[in-house]
Write a protein that binds this ligand. Structure first.
Ligand SMILES: Nc1ncnc2c1ncn2[C@@H]1O[C@H](COP(=O)(O)OP(=O)(O)OP(=O)(O)O)[C@@H](O)[C@H]1O
Ligand SMILES: [Mg+2]
Length: 256
């Protein structure tokens, strides 16, 4: 079965896009076929892979707006075993156009189910809001990955994400589950970050990944050259962290 992970947090700048890109690259290193979907009109994931969201023609917009879209025709092969359905700037207008009707929340799910998908993992990057794009991602997903920044007040928005996930699970997608909470932007020298990490582990005792993504300059630099950090700085602690995260996630694969 294809595992579909929605990477969600309504708070901005917590490492959602960074996680989709680098977890995807790490899973591909482990011979998994990975599809990344950029479902954020900011198109940071698309740009981080060196594509220009202003000139893209076939994009995630079609997944939402065309009832006959074929996933296979939208995929850009960005690396071996790593495909991307990019975002284009018109994704923002899609989010405004749709959303009034209950069935609008099923659009992404139906698009993914319409076509046979030769991937082991689909990672969906979502915008920093609990809007119709995030709702579509949660209805389409099998699992949620929640990155939480190890900063003051970071846990305050988590409740709203969990409430939305519960509503989607009850009303739309009963098999949706929380795969894990990923502490990000951690600074070992900050007492504050250590407190927040402790709080995350207290709130999610069985759901916090063992992997912690530390603050790393290489992670901030890699998108500028259009590469995952695993290529840009393979030995950086951030690369090691995303490899360890991939391994934790692979350990949850059901035997086939
Ligand atoms: N562990 C890290 N160390 C240093 N910089 C990081 C780290 N993780 C992410 N960043 C940088 O922080 C910024 C925000 O990260 P990212 O874009 O992944 O967050 P996001 O949650 O997707 O944001 P948005 O909600 O706006 O989509 C980016 O410039 C990214 O390169
Ligand atoms: Mg992002």
């Amino acid at each position: 079965m294809v595992r579909k992970l929605a990477v969600v947090n309504q708070k901005g700048g917590v490492g959602k896009t960074t996680t989709v890109l680098n977890l995807g690259a790490a899973l591909a290193e482990q011979n998994r076929r990975v599809l990344l979907i950029d479902f954020d009109p900011q198109a940071a994931l698309t740009a981080s892979l060196g594509l220009d969201p202003y000139v893209i023609r076939r994009s995630a917009y079609s997944l939402l707006m065309s009832e006959r879209s074929s996933v296979g025709r939208l995929v850009v092969n960005v690396r071996g075993r790593l495909g991307l359905i990019p975002a284009s700037v018109d994704l923002a207008s899609a989010a405004v156009t749709i959303g009034a009707k209950r069935r609008d929340a099923y659009r992404l799910r139906e698009a993914l189910e319409r076509s046979p998908i030769p991937f082991d993992y689909i990672l969906i990057d979502t915008p920093p809001s609990l809007d119709i794009l995030t709702a579509n991602s949660l209805v389409a997903a099998t699992e949620i990955l929640l990155p939480v920044q190890c900063h003051y007040l970071a846990m305050r928005g988590v409740r709203a994400v969990m409430d939305m996930a519960a509503r989607i699970q009850q009303g739309f997608n009963p098999s949706l589950r929380l795969l894990g909470v990923l502490p990000t932007l951690y600074r070992a020298d900050s007492p504050h970050a250590r407190e927040v990490l402790q709080e995350i582990r207290t709130v999610f005792p069985s759901r916090t990944f063992s992997t912690i993504v530390q603050y790393s300059e290489a992670l901030a630099e890699a998108p500028i050259v259009g590469q995952p950090v695993l290529e840009y700085a393979p030995d950086d602690p951030a690369s090691q962290a995303y490899r360890a995260l991939a391994q934790e996630i692979i350990n949850h694969e059901s035997p086939s």
